[in-house]
Design a protein around this ligand. Structure first.
Ligand SMILES: Cc1cc2nc3c(=O)[nH]c(=O)nc-3n(C[C@H](O)[C@H](O)[C@H](O)COP(=O)(O)OP(=O)(O)OC[C@H]3O[C@@H](n4cnc5c(N)ncnc54)[C@H](O)[C@@H]3O)c2cc1C
Length: 514
């Protein structure tokens, strides 16, 4: 113990106070942190339903225990060991199984434990999180969607029970960036299902970067407002739509137009400690601190930029025809002003600048964005191959591969010189993108009941008329969403009438050969 203290003191004096406080967790961990925080989530009657309903995990294990029970105390390290595999940002396999526990010895949990017929401690139940949040369990009930775990007495046995149940081969000592267990099949359309959680994470990250780097200046206010309007009207996640609307409503209070003047009373300095940094654009649950669909096999290879692409694609497919050019401008300006990767924003803006004729159909914009992304893929494929900087498990490719969308490809045609060329069936590509980034993206989202009929175009209307819904949008936020969507709608109407007499000028054939 004294040697640990000595080492910490040495580190303190060598690196200074701030560095040791930042790194103290990892230093302690490497020295064998005597009391790491619990990985299993402690739940009680007040948060049980909400945490399970909002969890991105496909499965949940809930341990019902009593804090006075010696067997439960002895079992805790076993349960924690498995929980560390699945829970939290340092988990090897986050977002797959939520590991939670409920202390039935606490009075407030009596009804909750009764709901699950807890007859002994510790008792483990397994099921989809939504089944826990919406129901209960009875031991003799046939066809129950919640099951008792009958063989989880040690961490090894519990993990092996889980592995058998979901056909996986997770190990207790899997490392965070261990490769074998990532779902890698690029042709598996099911992978997109949980990408919405990453879209939320990327949305939060974008704004966190904007706040952290004080990127809101007089010349960037307008592009930010336009992008927020786009998010408030068309973000695939309802809670991000709501958060964007709230920012819009309070925009002038948060960022007075003279904010960045050094002489202003409202100057940025006096705003340093305001609530912006803690502004949760997609609700309190975000950020979660990890990526699911966009998770790389190595640190720092995917994550935010992958989530940002998915956000842009999922916005593009939700537009009305008449909004497409406005959305295009909003996205180009947002990337130009706020994407902190210098090379990326420059290349992207160059591609934006080559568009000489306005878009007047959603599908044209959807295809333009898809093509722009493929151009980046093509360039990076070469760069990553020569520099070895890519993620070995996620090589860049012209997308979608044939296995994911066979109909996107015309039959291979041999050219006169004997070479062959891939030709896209653009109608099919467009249809595929709409399905993939539209309904598929939101189809497994736990919040989908609040997303409206198809989780897409009607969602705004549904949200606003859902007055019986317990988590209905507050009036102010609904108003701001309405204003944002009206702004897009009105401009779209103006756009459409403006276009009436113009010839259809866009040239989709340019997209054909990437
Ligand atoms: C606007 C923008 C510009 C960027 N420019 C650069 C740059 O110039 N240089 C650089 O080094 N990095 C750039 N990046 C980052 C880079 O494109 C990748 O995001 C990053 O390398 C991570 O790659 P990834 O494997 O996660 O796949 P990503 O390219 O991030 O793609 C994420 C997912 O989108 C899907 N997808 C792939 N291609 C398409 C497509 N054509 N259409 C629709 N969906 C698709 C796939 O499911 C893929 O897994 C840019 C990112 C963004 C958002």
């Amino acid at each position: 113990m004294s040697s640990i203290l000595l080492l910490l003191l040495l580190l303190y004096f060598s690196f200074g106070v701030s560095s040791i406080s930042i790194g103290s967790r990892s230093i302690l961990r490497s020295l064998g942190d005597p009391d790491p925080p619990d990985a299993a989530v402690d739940l009680n009657i007040t948060n049980f339903d909400k945490v399970l309903r909002d969890s991105p995990a496909s499965f949940a294990v809930v341990e019902f225990f009593a804090h006075w029970c010696p067997a439960c105390r002895n079992y805790k390290p076993h349960y924690e060991r498995v929980a560390r595999v699945f829970n939290g940002p340092d988990a090897a396999h986050p977002g797959i199984v939520l590991m939670a526990r409920v202390d039935c010895a606490l009075k407030i949990n009596t009804k909750l434990c009764d709901r699950f017929s807890v007859g002994h401690y510790p008792m483990l139940l397994w099921g989809a999180p939504s089944k826990f949040s919406s129901g209960g369990w009875e031991p003799n009930k046939e066809k129950s969607e919640i099951h008792a775990i009958d063989d989880g007495r040690t961490s090894e046995r519990l993990l092996s029970w889980i592995n058998k149940k979901i056909g996986s081969s997770y190990g207790l000592d899997d490392e965070k960036y261990e490769n074998e267990h990532l779902p890698l099949n690029a042709s598996d359309p099911g992978q997109i299902l949980r990408a919405l959680y990453d879209v939320e994470e990327a949305t939060w990250s974008s704004f966190d970067i904007i706040f952290e780097h004080k990127m809101i200046k007089s010349e960037t206010r307008a592009p930010l407002i336009r992008f927020l309007q786009l998010l408030a009207a068309h973000h695939p996640s309802r809670r991000c739509r709501k958060g964007s609307a709230e920012i819009l409503m309070n925009f002038d209070d948060l960022w007075p137009s003279d904010l960045w003047s050094p002489y202003s009373e409202n100057s940025a300095i006096s705003h340093e400690n305001n609530s912006l940094k803690s502004f949760h654009i997609c609700g309190k649950e975000v950020p979660r601190g990890y990526w699911i669909f966009c998770r790389g096999s190595k640190n720092d290879t995917r994550g935010f930029s992958c989530g940002l692409w998915i956000l842009l694609h999922s916005l593009s497919v939700r537009l009305e025809d008449g909004e497409s050019h406005l959305a295009f401008t909003a996205i180009c300006d947002f990337i130009h002003n706020f994407f902190i990767c210098e090379e990326c924003r420059k290349h992207f803006y160059d591609m934006c600048s080559t568009v000489s004729r306005p878009f007047n159909k959603t599908s044209d914009f959807v295809l333009w964005l898809w093509e722009a992304h493929n151009k980046v893929n093509k360039r990076l494929k070469k760069e990553e191959a020569s520099m070895g900087t890519g993620d070995p498990k996620f090589p860049k490719m012209i997308w979608p591969p044939k296995q994911l969308c066979p109909s996107c490809y015309h039959p291979i045609r041999k050219k006169d010189d004997g070479t062959s060329q891939t030709e896209w069936n653009l109608d099919e590509v467009s249809k595929f993108l709409v399905g993939y980034y539209g309904n598929m993206l939101v189809s497994s989202y736990k919040d989908k009941v609040l997303l409206g009929l198809n989780g897409s175009k009607n969602s705004l209307v549904d949200d606003m008329v859902a007055s019986t819904n317990a988590v209905a949008v507050p009036v102010g936020a609904a108003l701001a969403i309405a204003v944002a969507s009206c702004a897009f709608g009105a401009l779209a109407w103006f756009w459409r009438s403006h276009q009436k007499n113009r010839k259809y000028l866009h040239q989709p054939h340019l997209l054909k050969n990437i």
